[in-house]
Design a protein around this ligand. Structure first.
Ligand code: PEP
Ligand code: MG
Length: 321
């Protein structure tokens, strides 16, 4: 079975009716690149850079971060590498952020923490920029909920660039900056966000959590965490459709992208770029290779109009049959 899948490693992910999609990989550390290569990903859609922080007491300094990002860029040999800026929570190991939040998921996490800790953010931005000349690097900002956060982030990126110019250090002047769409507020005013961002990445893990008000880490409500809730389907479809209409590249990098239960659903919504754990990549590709967009689209349109969960389940089963 595994051997069979390996045969499609270098095959383009093209549907039966001729639409090709890109399959990128999510990584946590530079050593994950090996698995990425084994599974034939055509880029890194999500490097969860906060993993550089785990199991240690001190922050990784600029040079250490630079080495990590450069290693990934070099090993990907010109393929896109998307570095997500730190998605650290209020409970993580920064002293200044150590107050215990009552609702960490709603607290000082991700971009909020980075904007509150500009020195830490500046260090990371400089490291990413310095590594950007060794490949096709992109910056991805997590958990955006307001345009002001984008404006501030772009300003800090410009500051970091300016500091490198002063030191005559080279970087990709045109590095793209994208945003994670994982807070409903961002999804609902996507038009405003898209004016300021080069690309979007849908974080379905958090988008589902925040849309349904279900803590993704709380087992007692896990049965209510529903990727097929009509609100989730409509939001995800809306984001993909708006981005496609505006011509802004859009990815899904949450768990939905790596689950073959949802491959056809997302194709039908118009998704053409998926990013997932490398171990899931070839099974998703096999699913794409077996799919026909002209069969899928009418069913996904029906799913968006369905009101009854049983009806949505039945349509999904038909879609995947
Ligand atoms: C997500 O929220 O879907 C996502 C990809 O990011 P993380 O799981 O790291 O929050
Ligand atoms: Mg997330």
């Amino acid at each position: 079975e595994k051997q069979k899948l390996k045969r499609i490693k270098t095959t383009a992910a093209t549907t039966l009716d001729g639409t090709t999609v890109e399959l990128h990989a999510n990584i946590e550390l530079p050593q994950d690149i090996e698995q990425v290569k084994e599974n034939g990903a055509t880029g890194i859609g999500l490097f969860r850079s906060e993993f550089l922080f785990l199991n240690r007491d001190t922050l990784p300094d600029e040079d250490e971060q630079f080495e990590a990002y450069r290693t990934v860029a070099r090993k990907m040999r010109g393929l896109p590498v998307t570095i997500r800026t730190f998605d650290l929570g209020a409970d993580k190991n920064l002293d200044s952020a150590k107050r215990v939040a009552a609702n960490p998921a709603l607290g000082l996490r991700a971009i909020r923490l980075c904007l509150a800790e500009p020195q830490m953010f500046h260090t990371q931005l400089r490291a990413i920029l310095r590594a950007s000349r060794y490949g096709q690097m992109r910056i991805l900002v997590p958990m955006l909920s307001s345009v002001a956060e984008i404006t501030q982030t772009l300003h800090l990126i410009e500051n970091a660039k300016q500091s490198l110019r002063h030191e005559k250090l080279l970087f990709d002047e045109k590095i793209q900056v994208g945003g994670m769409i994982e807070v409903p507020a961002a999804a609902l005013c996507l038009d405003i966000f898209m004016r300021k961002l080069d690309f979007l990445s849908i974080g379905t893990n958090d988008l589902i959590q925040y849309t349904l008000a279900i803590d993704r880490a709380d087992d007692s409500v896990a049965h209510l965490y529903d990727s097929l809730h009509p609100a989730v389907l409509r939001l995800v479809a809306h984001i993909i459709r708006s981005a496609n209409r505006t011509g802004v590249p859009v990815t899904v990098c949450g768990e939905m992208a790596g689950d073959i239960l949802f491959t056809r659903l997302l194709l039908g919504f118009g998704l053409r770029l998926f990013s997932m754990h490398p171990a899931q990549l070839l099974t998703v590709k096999r699913e794409v290779l077996r799919s026909n967009l002209s069969d899928i689209i009418p069913l996904t349109q029906k799913m968006l109009k369905a009101d009854d969960p049983a009806k949505i389940q039945a349509l999904l089963a038909k879609l995947n049959s």
